[in-house]
Design a protein around this ligand. Structure first.
Ligand code: TRP
Length: 455
């Protein structure tokens, strides 16, 4: 691949705010609105939240900074990045290869959840889900996911939609759109929080979310909280490396990363505050699992004037947020196939979508035709989620940290993070280096071994 064709593709982000918005666009997605609430609900509430926060700070943040830095240094897809930066003959590029596998696993179930969101836009319009009765909203969701044809068609619709955006090369377009619509999503979530906080049993919901009960924290809960931290920040599989390769050379990486992390946490908190008071007030089951958001959010909207219209807006915005995240996932295999195998971006996109349609359909049919098809006791939907979040992403994190801490080394890290001396942040780099060299890899490994029941 010649330098020139690389630089044609890599026009990169133009403004400092553009970098922030795009990176945030990858991080914020269904992870905040769907995964965070349901996992917090299923794992006992505040204790889970606390472990998730710790994992984000001690592990997520350093690994995210490391990934972005490596990407910006090499300005290439994850496989090429590690080939360029590692000593000859050492197989660090495998991080990128496993990242590609993780991208397909994640997109397989993610695209199905995006499909539910798209379907919910229509359901919101026709008003059939606007109710505070758990029976009604639960039944509506059940009917959608247990219909094999609907599930498949919605998923393929999503794939065609996302593929269309990538094919038109409208990454600028989606960026611009996301930048404008994200603030709207914040606003709507804030509104939902206000409504939710005024509900009768709001305090019970808040207590569940913020008063830790440490008896619920087991090894596997800690592993899931850490997996969520990786998933939320889009790290451990090369997405942030790829985005880092579009970063400007004068971008302050640590400060950008901290801001993205903080904003991402904020959105998750808003989603939690919007949902749990309603859960307790209307008698939903906090441990309902993946269906939680789809049955509780309509109940909150049913309480507000203009709730019908606002619910439509909400699901449209959720779809926008999910689309940004999904694009960043798809960008990984597309960039790798395009640059490593020399295929055009168009072919790379089509091939990726084809693989995805095949793998993804096993997730789409998980609540109908393939409900009984299980491996290791899990449906494909659950298995792909578990494998990626709890194994591949953390393992990727270990190797990224080890690579920076032991192979790349302090001097190169310092040079890159200080933008070649322009920023005076040596103290920060020292702390970061220490975390990457010792703390993150050991901590991730311990959590993984414990969570998988290996010690
Ligand atoms: N972070 C996104 C979300 O929370 C999902 C996502 C996008 C992702 N790119 C990723 C997860 C890369 C893991 C790895 O919705």
């Amino acid at each position: 691949m010649s330098q020139q064709s690389l630089s044609v593709k890599r026009d990169g982000f133009t403004s400092s705010f553009g970098v922030l918005a795009a990176t945030l666009g990858s991080a914020v997605g269904l992870g905040n609105i769907w995964k965070f609430p349901y996992m917090t609900g299923a794992n006992g509430g505040a204790g889970f939240l606390l472990v998730y926060l710790l994992a984000t700070l001690l592990i997520g943040l350093p690994v995210m900074i490391a990934e972005i830095t490596l990407g910006r240094q090499a300005k290439a897809n994850p496989i090429t990045t590690l080939q360029r930066l590692a000593p000859r003959g050492q197989p660090w590029w495998l991080i990128g290869a496993f990242g590609m596998l993780a991208a397909f696993l994640i997109m397989s179930f993610y695209s199905e959840v995006v499909a539910w969101v798209f379907a919910y836009i229509l359901k919101a319009i026709d008003g059939s889900i606007l109710s505070s009765d758990p029976q009604v909203t639960g039944a509506a969701f059940g009917a959608l996911i247990s219909d094999p044809l609907q599930s498949l068609l919605w998923q393929w619709g999503v794939l065609i939609f996302i593929g269309g955006i990538l094919l038109c090369g409208v990454s600028k377009g989606i960026e611009a759109v996301t930048k404008k619509l994200m603030p709207l999503l914040f606003l709507l979530l804030l509104m939902l929080c206000a409504v939710s906080l005024s509900l009768e049993k709001a305090s019970e919901g808040l207590a569940f979310l913020f008063q830790p009960d440490f008896s619920k924290i087991t090894g596997s809960v800690v592993l899931m909280a850490m997996g969520l931290a990786f998933f939320k920040l889009s790290i451990g599989m090369g997405t942030m490396m790829t985005y880092g390769s579009y970063f400007r050379d004068d971008q302050n990486i640590p400060s950008t990363t901290v801001r993205v992390m903080a904003a991402d946490l904020f959105v998750s908190m808003l989603a939690g505050i919007a949902i749990f008071p309603a859960v307790f007030t209307f008698g939903f089951e906090p441990a309902a699992g993946p269906s939680l958001v789809f049955i509780t959010i309509p109940a909150v909207f049913a309480q507000i004037p203009m709730g019908h219209l606002l619910m439509v807006v909400f699901f449209v915005l959720a779809a926008v947020a999910a689309t940004g995240a999904m694009l960043s996932l798809l960008e990984v295999p597309v960039a790798i196939i395009h640059e490593r195998f020399g295929l055009s971006r168009k072919k790379a996109t089509l091939i990726s979508l084809l693989i995805l349609a095949l793998m993804g359909s096993t997730c789409a049919l998980t609540n109908s035709t393939l409900a009984e098809f299980k491996l290791f006791g899990m449906t494909m939907f659950d298995l792909f989620d578990y494998l990626s979040s709890n194994i591949i992403l953390p393992a990727g994190g270990i190797f990224v940290a080890l690579f920076v801490g032991w192979v790349w080394g302090f001097d190169k890290l310092k040079l890159a993070l200080s933008n070649h001396g322009a920023l005076a942040n040596e103290g920060l780099v020292r702390v970061l280096f220490f975390l990457l060299r010792y703390v993150s890899p050991l901590l991730i490994l311990l959590v993984m071994l414990k969570g998988l029941g290996l010690f």
